[in-house]
Design a binder for this molecule. Structure first.
Ligand code: UDX
Length: 445
């Protein structure tokens, strides 16, 4: 059987991960984007963001002609038989999902489908709130193509669960595949492609309605975010109890198979391109439907306050922030990425500046992104040690491996005052607590 020909609309994180994933096997992919500069970059084999393994994969895919990036939809639709839609669905200021990019993409897919004589499957991978695929996107494609969903083109909603920093492994070895389908033919076509791609390693596949698939994505992210706000709540309680340590509480709780130890790392809260916007969108969607999702609102509120715990702990040891020199280790919303979207480092830096502190930062890869946000309001160090020089206090924000290797002496020798706030629980309190003025999230003293 000839492998399916694939197109991907939108070359952001999800789009490029999807496209590059297919090129690891015998598939050719046409990617579409509206950003001319980005298209040029991709066609030269230059990755527009930081992600392990992707630079090599992209170079190979471009060299072998398995991936090409274009600006128009016509060729992408006419020359392929399955299109994955992976454009961004950001938040509006009120928290509601912003569907303008995906609705524009649906119109353009519709227009391009007009001229096509054969069956084409459209798969929505972008995160969209329940019923969007059926009530909005399907109608836009039908309207602009003059064709009927079902007999003329197929429609699926198959959410992605990619984690930044491990996108390749998540694409190649997903825990599960969700196929939300408009009709059986749409679902069969996508299942056939994915079984062909994963072969013996095909994970469990759940076939469902379009809106159930849409909700599975939100429910997954909301549950993980709930676990994080839950353990951060326990961490905040631990801090009030002498001798209590959230890291050990999480270990003890996580060994219960019904709970699992994953996503129970207490810290300064969750950030990134997904959790914050998806929780907001699910809350807004639920309210529109007439249900007040109090649990999710609490998850969000806990997370809003959590970054400022770093400053609270800092003030316990350093009475006056005004004029002090604070070193921040880590800027990205998590390790192995340069992504600073909704990173907790942003509210922490803003608050430190507001209170009159001088801020010096270091991150192995996120400094260029930080420069575009903070310009010359803060100082940028070239290494962790340089960042610590003459600082009155250090706050560990992102748990990069290179920070885990630092010893108490690295802090005592370089800082003006050896004050360390461990915002991600990477340092052993028994060791660091003896040699430094040390505070950590969830550590009762
Ligand atoms: C997440 C989901 O995991 C993924 O399935 C979805 O497709 C997109 O959103 P990602 O944003 O890449 O992926 O990051 P993730 O590893 O889930 O971490 C999200 C945030 O939670 C980070 O800021 C991280 O530091 C924080 N986190 C995670 C914790 O604070 N504690 C934990 O135990 C785990």
């Amino acid at each position: 059987m000839k492998p399916h020909k694939i197109s991907v609309i939108g070359t952001g994180y999800v789009g490029l991960s999807t496209a590059l994933g297919f090129t690891t096997k015998d598939y050719s992919v046409i990617a579409v984007d509206t950003d001319k500069e980005k298209i040029e970059k991709i066609n030269k084999g230059l990755l527009p963001f930081h992600e392990p393994h992707f630079q090599e994969l992209l170079e190979k895919a471009i060299k072998t002609g398995k991936l090409s990036c274009v600006s128009t939809f016509e060729k992408a639709i006419s020359d392929t038989d399955i299109t994955f839609v992976t454009v961004g669905t950001p938040s509006q200021p009120d928290g509601n999902i912003d569907l303008q990019h995906i609705e524009k993409a649906a119109c353009k897919i519709g227009k391009a489908l007009q001229k096509k004589g054969t069956y084409h499957l459209v798969v929505i991978k972008s995160t969209v709130t329940p019923t969007t695929t059926e009530t909005s996107l399907k109608h836009l494609i039908e309207k602009h193509s003059g064709k009927l969903c079902g007999p003329n083109f197929g429609l699926c909603m198959s959410p992605e669960f990619l984690r930044e920093g491990s996108a390749l492994s998540d694409v190649l070895h997903p825990d599960r595949i969700i196929i939300g389908e408009f009709d059986k033919k749409s679902g069969d076509t996508l299942e056939e492609l994915l079984k062909e791609f994963y072969n013996k390693n095909t994970p469990p596949i759940i076939r469902t309605s379009l809106s159930t698939a849409e909700l599975i994505k939100y429910a997954s992210n909301a549950f993980l975010a709930t676990k994080i706000s839950f353990i951060n709540t326990i961490a905040n309680i631990c801090e009030k109890i002498s001798g209590a340590d959230v890291a050990l509480v999480a270990k003890g709780v996580g060994l219960d198979k019904r709970i699992s130890p994953l996503f129970l790392n207490a810290g300064l809260g969750y950030g990134g391109s997904c959790f914050p916007k998806d929780i907001k969108a699910l809350i807004a969607c639920s309210k529109t439907l007439g249900y007040e999702p109090e649990l999710l609102e609490s998850v969000e509120n806990v997370n809003k306050i959590q970054p400022l715990k770093a400053i609270e702990l800092c003030k316990d040891l350093l009475t006056n922030l005004k004029g002090s020199h604070i070193a921040l280790l880590g800027l990205a919303f998590k390790p192995h990425t340069d992504d600073m979207r909704e990173a907790v480092s942003i509210p922490i830096i803003n608050q430190l500046l507001k209170e009159g502190a001088n801020v010096t930062v270091y991150d192995p890869v996120a400094i260029p992104n930080a420069k575009s946000i903070f310009k010359d309001k803060i100082k940028y160090a070239a290494s962790a040690i340089q960042c610590l020089k003459k600082a009155d206090c250090c706050i560990l924000i992102t748990e990069w491996d290179e920070f885990k290797k630092l010893k108490p002496e690295d802090f005592t020798k370089n800082m003006k005052k050896p004050i360390l706030i461990d915002g991600r629980r990477i340092y052993n309190p028994n060791e660091f607590g003896k040699k430094l003025l040390f505070k950590a999230i969830g550590l009762g003293q």
